[in-house]
Design a protein around this ligand. Structure first.
Ligand code: ADP
Ligand code: MG
Ligand code: MG
Length: 898
């Protein structure tokens, strides 16, 4: 027979799958001998069975009965007994914490008869009726599904009659009347009496907790947090202890360290003469926990002692729910507490210093996402602020700007130089231009996978979404915020995408000290370095010591390269040469395309060469001693040519006037010829090199000459020449032959050979699938995961991200955009094939990745496991990649030691 119920003494923290987080930790605390009220846990398995069958498993009632009997014996009371009743709470608690998403009912067991018994036993009439009204209220809302506002309103009326806003001013008689009013609401709304059988109350409450697993808000929360929907919740039945027994009773929450900064100290809130839910519901203002010392020194001391015990036991920051009943302290919940990114780094290092964890463990407890959050510019903490509301932190950063309500206004105002916050109820593909123009995006609806959130993250725009307290009136161009605040178009808002906070007016932005540290302007050992900077320094140092992956930068200019080097880049994994020939210098390429004779072509190339050479010289200097990978020209040729329509119009007008230039006619013909309806699949990459003889050769020559030039100054050059968009070894071989010949020629001219590596990008499925053959011609592979993702999925990134991706994410085609985080299953499989077959051909084949995935935490772990030599990412993400590469190595150690 399956065991569906566990007494607290039977469980432990390792049993979270079965007992849920709350139940497992309650059991763990019982094991530690802490003062936890007795109780038992109904397993998640029972919940799953209930949800599948639509009814409790048949064995459940009997097992609950047996544990209830044990509980009654331990307490010396009977559930809901008329003279001295045992009361219990019925509490949800899933494997993963889902704060506020599911239900809990307190004071189960109170009835018209037992309320009198409770009053007598506690010698407190008011307390008994206060507890009863709470039960009818919670039970009515949670179990019977009655609109909670009805109860709230009735309670407000009772307070108004007493001319008070404080529930403590209601006496026993008032509360008794409130209970009557509540029971009348139950009768009217549910068509039944409030149940007077304690056992029935218990059964119904357990069922309601099971059902709350599938409440709409819980379902959408899980989708956002990527918690599997099939886990179910456990139910904890716990003997009630009472914080509402007078001024020497109360309830509170506490953290073992400050969850915002990580600093040790006493953090929490306390509310005298109250029950647990009052603290979160905000019925009265809580007091800082430190004030408890004056109210009840013994309980305060005991609480601090228990917090120390829990921290040492869990070896981490914990949060705690507690209740004091007439001077006796009870612990009702604990768990490893949520914390900010800054606190995560600081606490991890403190725990190392306290000897509780080692550096490997500390590194496992922080993440690249957290480090990324710490690197965004932030609002000045000291500056005065006026908080309007808090929404969801969808895309980090701190943005201030004038409010606009549509895309067109965003574009216009941004053009005139204003910073803009685009405010929408929710965004759709039509808002794309506005989102691009804006510094930040704020929506009142939609979660972290909504269109606004997905697109903003993809573009690196700050975004707060789902700020439900805001009423956005797009027509009237204004928004209404709590407290009757109205914000019209043109007024200024500041949004914090890392916290979800929305502020009225401008808040000054400051650079992150973590970035200043990475840039070398804060010395981690100096007085300027705060605890956070020291912690980041220590953990990134440990990551560097542990990681197997090298980290390089994608950098196009000498300046980028210098910055990347300060951020810890161990080379350049991708320098795109095309930026040199767009813009003003586009004409050079135009001439190459229009060249009719070999001499014309040579002349055009001869003009391009010094441009290319000058840039490479800068790169070599900046990266002295480190590898520099230069990619030969990649974009579709037409990108270097004028727009077809514009040119056609110009030529048309000129023709009418009879003054058309021959060059323009030839150019128009060329543009027509090169026009592509799918440029992504068109004339680009290695295809350019083959169609325009001499182009790649010129670039290689520039690289060779640049090398010879800087070597004369003592710079150590490690050049890597990379051929893009290869699908067949024949394409690569043609480029390699040309490059090898040029290198030899230039080597002879300089008197020293330049032994550059020549390799290829792997960014087409065909290249991955024929990697064994391609490796015969390549000394290195660099996975271009952006194009490889596009070509594997058949998505054109520019077209799909703003259109149907949000829908795909919402309906679960993928949990995260494959452009943000590598699709390990599909694209990753191609990479694994290419790694294995490439290395089989050439054991010393160097393997890297240069797509944007190189700076994405989950993808870095994949590349580590796939056995690559390096990842390359944008300079700003280098610290993130370093940290995650270290974490990947540490996690691997842990796995293999198990
Ligand atoms: P949540 O998961 O929303 O925090 P809980 O199950 O922890 O819900 O309970 C809600 C509140 O009721 C908490 O403040 C908790 O401490 C309090 N509470 C729960 N069980 C008891 C109990 N047996 N005695 C006193 N207070 C309780
Ligand atoms: Mg709780
Ligand atoms: Mg590419």
């Amino acid at each position: 027979m399956p065991k569906y119920v566990y007494g607290f003494a039977e469980g432990s923290r390792d049993m979270k799958d079965l007992l849920g987080g709350k139940g497992a930790n309650l059991a763990e605390m019982v094991g530690l001998g802490l003062p936890v009220p007795p109780g038992f846990t109904i397993t998640t398995e029972a919940c799953r069975s209930y949800l599948q069958r639509g009814a409790e498993p048949p064995e459940l009632a009997e097992q609950v009965q047996a544990h209830l009997a044990d509980l009654e014996k331990a307490m010396g009371k009977r559930l809901g007994h008329p003279t001295d009743p045992l009361l219990v709470s019925v509490r949800s608690g899933a494997r993963f914490s889902m704060p506020g998403m599911m239900e809990t009912v307190l004071n189960v067991g109170l009835t018209d008869r037992s309320v009198a018994g409770l009053a007598r036993a506690a010698a407190d009439e008011r307390f008994a009726w206060d507890s009863y009204r709470r039960l009818v209220q919670m039970f009515g809302r949670t179990v019977l599904g009655i609109d909670g506002a009805l109860f709230d309103e009735a309670l407000e009326r009772a307070k108004a009659e007493r001319h008070t806003t404080n529930d403590l001013d209601l006496d026993a008689a008032d509360l008794r009347a409130v209970v009557d009013a509540f029971k009348a609401i139950v009768r009217a709304e549910s068509g039944r009496e409030f149940p007077q059988d304690p056992r029935e109350q218990l059964t119904l409450a357990v069922r309601a907790v099971f059902d709350s697993w599938n409440a709409p808000r819980a379902v959408s929360y899980r989708r956002q947090e990527r918690i599997p929907g099939g886990l179910g919740t456990a139910v904890n039945v716990v003997a009630m202890v009472f914080g509402n027994l007078g001024p020497d009773s109360g309830t509170g929450v506490a953290f073992t360290r400050d969850p915002a900064t990580g600093r040790p100290g006493v953090y929490g809130d306390y509310l005298a003469n109250a029950q647990g839910e009052d603290v979160v519901a905000g019925v009265r203002n809580t007091r800082p926990l430190t004030e408890l010392e004056q109210l009840d020194r013994a309980s305060y001391r005991r609480l601090l002692e228990i917090m120390r015990i829990l921290e040492r036991h869990y070896r981490d920051l914990c949060d705690i729910e507690f209740t004091i009943e007439r001077g006796t302290l009870w612990i009702l919940q604990t768990r490893v507490g949520k914390r900010t990114a800054a606190a995560a780094f600081v606490v991890a290092c403190q725990l190392v210093d306290e000897g509780l964890i080692d550096l490997d463990e500390a590194l496992r407890r922080v993440s690249g996402d957290q480090l990324g959050q710490l690197m965004f510019p932030r609002f000045d903490a000291e500056a005065p602020k006026r908080l309007l509301t808090v929404g969801m932190n969808a895309s980090p950063g701190a943005a201030t700007g004038v409010v606009v309500f549509d895309s067109a206004a965003a574009v216009t105002r941004a053009r005139s130089g204003q910073g803009v916050i685009l405010v929408r109820r929710e965004t759709n593909p039509d808002d794309l231009d506005g989102m691009i123009a804006a510094k930040g995006v704020l929506t009142s609806r939609g979660g972290r996978t909504s269109h606004a959130a997905v697109v903003a993250r993809g573009m690196g725009r700050t975004c707060v979404c789902g700020a439900e307290e805001l009423v956005v009136d797009e027509r009237a161009r204004r928004l209404l915020a709590p407290g009757g605040v109205e914000v019209a178009e043109g007024e200024v808002l500041s949004i914090d995408g890392s916290t979800g906070e929305v502020f009225l007016g401008e808040v000054p932005v400051v650079d992150s000290p973590v970035v200043e540290y990475f840039q070398g302007s804060i010395d981690p050992a100096g007085p300027q370095a705060d605890e956070l900077v020291r912690a980041v320094h220590r953990l990134i140092g440990h990551a560097d010591a542990r990681r197997r992956l090298q980290v390089r930068a994608n950098a196009d200019t000498g300046q980028d390269a210098e910055r990347a080097r300060r951020f810890g880049a161990q080379g350049i994994g991708l320098c795109r040469s095309e930026h040199l020939f767009l813009g003003e210098r586009r004409e050079l390429v135009e001439r190459l395309v229009l060249a009719e004779t070999d001499a014309d072509r040579a002349a055009a190339l001869a003009e391009m060469l010094p441009v290319q050479r000058a840039e490479v010289i800068e790169l070599f200097r900046a990266m002295d001693g480190l590898p520099v990978t230069i990619r030969l020209l990649d974009p579709p040729l037409h990108e270097f040519l004028p727009d077809l329509t514009e040119l056609a119009v110009r030529v048309g007008i000129a023709e009418e006037r009879g003054e058309v230039a021959d060059r323009d006619v030839a150019l128009l013909a060329a543009v027509r010829r090169l026009h592509e309806s799918n440029p992504m699949f068109g004339l680009r990459g290695v295809r350019l090199g083959i169609v325009l003889p001499g182009l790649f050769g010129m670039q290689v020559r520039a690289i060779a000459q640049a090398a010879a030039h800087v070597r004369a100054d003592g710079v150590e050059v490690r050049a890597e020449i990379m051929v893009p968009l290869v699908g067949a070894v024949q394409e690569l071989q043609a480029a390699v032959d040309e490059a090898t010949a040029v290198l030899a020629e230039e080597g002879r001219a300089a008197g020293v050979p330049l032994d550059a590596l020549i390799g290829t990008m792997i960014e087409l499925p065909r290249a991955a699938l024929t990697a064994g053959t391609i490796a015969e011609a390549a000394q290195f592979f660099s996975f271009g995961t952006n194009d490889l993702t596009q070509t594997t999925w058949g998505f054109s990134r520019d077209d799909v991200e703003g259109s149907f991706f949000a829908t795909y994410l919402e309906c679960g085609v993928f949990a995260v955009s494959p452009f943000e985080s590598l699709d390990a299953e599909g694209v990753g499989r191609l990479i694994r094939i290419a790694v294995a077959e490439g290395r089989r051909t050439r054991a010393d084949l160097k393997l890297g990745v240069c797509g944007e995935h190189g700076g994405d935490p989950a993808s870095v772990h994949f590349f580590h496991q796939a056995g690559l030599d390096y990842v390359s990412c944008s300079p700003f993400r280098i610290p993130i990649a370093r940290l995650e590469a270290g974490r990947a190595a540490v996690l691997e150690r842990l796995e293999s030691s198990r």
